[in-house]
Design a protein around this ligand. Structure first.
Ligand SMILES: Cc1cc2nc3c(=O)[nH]c(=O)nc-3n(C[C@H](O)[C@H](O)[C@H](O)COP(=O)(O)OP(=O)(O)OC[C@H]3O[C@@H](n4cnc5c(N)ncnc54)[C@H](O)[C@@H]3O)c2cc1C
Length: 403
């Protein structure tokens, strides 16, 4: 029975982060032209952040966005705004400390303008929320879901702001941190990597020229991604236990340690912003669909950031869910019907499996400190440099141009 306070919506998105907000934008046409009703429930207060003028921050976290994702943003009508703060990746340089092997993937060689783009996460959020703000949707923020109850067709949600929703399709895009997945009895596989990613912006002494570096060291991979200007985003992965010490170092000592670990191929590190450490695990939900429910983004899969694939994979999930909804509506299916969600699952399965295997495989291959393996890895990297077609295939996959 529907209570008087209960609002019926076709779709409720739990979590207005990068993935939930992208899904909202991807459904804009259905909302504006076909009357689809949508509610977004977001725990963090976002309104104030949107009201303030944009201040580029040296400390902002940024993500590598594949060309395929840029195309999806174009389809969503937000790429033009995203591109204002995007730094193109013209070359990817992969190397291993102490080995000769190095491989370069160049945009020009592949006939594309860029291999990908690096965009501050806060800017992406701002652009997506700006678009969401133009849509007639029920925006519950700040609010969380207190109770979730499966119904014959959909779910009933009771919110912390007093709201009650009955949704045909509920999308869990809460980053996996709300406990809702567990309350619904959806189990996850979790394998800690015993590694931590230390993230910071660094300034380099010479123009980066759009080069993204991935350097494998015995301690773990170091990625440097080009940002606008002379700054680069550092993702320094190392064994758990080192982070406290590295976070506590003075800026000068930290920069010197980074220089020793990375070498000088990017120039001299001159300045570092706020440092944050993220413990790393591979987490995958055992179920990503149920009647009336889909799990997206980090709630479905949280990957090692070495290959910069997490959000790119999630955005393809967003596009596939919308495609399954569109196909279902042509067959007069309700949004959360098993047929729609099985169609979505069928579209996702191999991509999700391949990307998880690819990034997990990189960690296993480069994370082991076995001298024989090191030679094999170096040979592999050099081989990669020689074998053009294979390298091109890898590059096209990393760019999101091929599955
Ligand atoms: C160090 C690091 C570097 C990375 N670099 C890259 C990269 O270069 N490229 C790439 O593609 N990916 C990268 N990723 C992965 C990428 O950050 C994630 O895939 C992406 O942020 C997932 O977005 P999400 O919306 O699923 O989750 P989140 O970003 O966690 O968003 C979840 C949202 O849900 C809200 N929420 C939580 N609980 C509730 C609740 N109970 N009710 C309502 N709302 C709730 C939160 O406030 C938040 O806004 C990186 C990840 C890490 C850790």
């Amino acid at each position: 029975m529907t209570s008087t306070r209960e609002q019926r919506v076709d779709i409720a998105i739990i979590g207005g982060g990068l993935v939930g907000a992208s899904l909202g934008c991807a459904l804009a046409r259905r909302i504006e032209q076909m009357g689809l009703s949508m509610a977004v429930i977001e725990a963090a207060p976002l309104d104030r952040q949107l009201a303030e003028p944009w201040q580029p921050s040296f400390d902002a976290r940024a993500s590598a966005i594949a060309c395929g994702s840029a195309r999806h943003f174009e389809t969503l009508g937000v790429w033009h705004a995203m591109a204002e703060m995007a730094a193109p990746i013209r070359t990817i340089h992969v190397s291993e400390r102490g080995r000769l092997g190095a491989t370069r993937m160049r945009a020009a060689e592949l006939g594309v303008e860029a291999l990908g783009y690096v965009i501050p996460n806060a800017w992406m959020g701002r652009v997506l929320h700006g678009r969401l703000g133009e849509l007639p949707l029920a925006w519950h923020c700040p609010a969380t879901v207190e109770e979730i109850e499966p119904l014959a067709e959909g779910h009933r949600l009771r919110l912390s702001d007093g709201g009650e929703l009955q949704a045909g399709l509920t999308v869990l895009a809460d980053g996996g941190r709300s406990g809702l997945k567990e309350r619904l009895g959806i189990e996850s596989r979790e394998r800690p990597y015993d590694q931590v990613a230390l993230i910071a912006s660094v300034e380099v002494s010479r123009p980066h020229g759009g080069v993204a570096y991935e350097r494998f060291t015995p301690e773990g991979p170091i990625a440097l991604l080009p940002l606008q200007g002379q700054a680069m985003e550092l993702v320094w992965t190392h064994e758990r236990g080192q982070e406290e010490r590295r976070l506590a170092l003075s800026d000068g000592d930290f920069l010197a340690e980074l220089q020793r670990a990375f070498g000088d191929r990017a120039g001299h590190f001159r300045r570092v912003g706020r440092r944050n450490a993220y413990p790393l695990s591979l987490i995958t939900a055992r179920e990503t669909v149920r009647p009336g429910l889909a799990v997206l983004g980090n709630a479905a899969h949280s990957l090692h950031p070495v290959a910069g694939q997490g959000f790119n994979l999630a955005l393809r999930g967003v596009m596939d869910l919308v495609a399954a909804i569109e196909a279902g509506s042509e067959r007069d299916e309700w949004l959360g019907s098993p047929a729609v969600l099985q169609d979505f699952e069928a579209r996702r399965d191999s991509d999700r499996h391949d990307v998880i295997r690819f990034s997990d495989g990189l960690i296993r291959l480069f994370g082991l400190d076995n001298p024989l393996l090191s030679h094999a890895r170096a040979a592999g990297l050099m081989g990669l440099n020689l074998v053009g077609p294979l390298r091109r295939t890898l590059a096209r996959r990393a760019m999101g141009l091929e599955r």
